[in-house]
Design a protein around this ligand. Sequence first.
Ligand SMILES: [Zn+2]
Length: 71
Amino acid sequence: MLVAQRVNDFVTSHPPNALCDRCICDAMNFNSHAHSAQITGALGTTSDFERLRGICNVCKEERVVIRCMKG
Ligand SMILES: [Zn+2]
């Protein structure tokens, strides 16, 4: 849960908060993209976040991104 909380904080601190798994992986120093995908996938099932295809706020590539629905 600690790692998920870090990802949660990272996404919410990057308005407009659309971040791809790859950039989250790089920022969190995860060993694999699968790890970040697993966490963003879990966060995406909560009402606070949504996962959708869009432009990542960091790398500007069109990918599956996660975005915070709060605020
Ligand atoms: Zn990105």
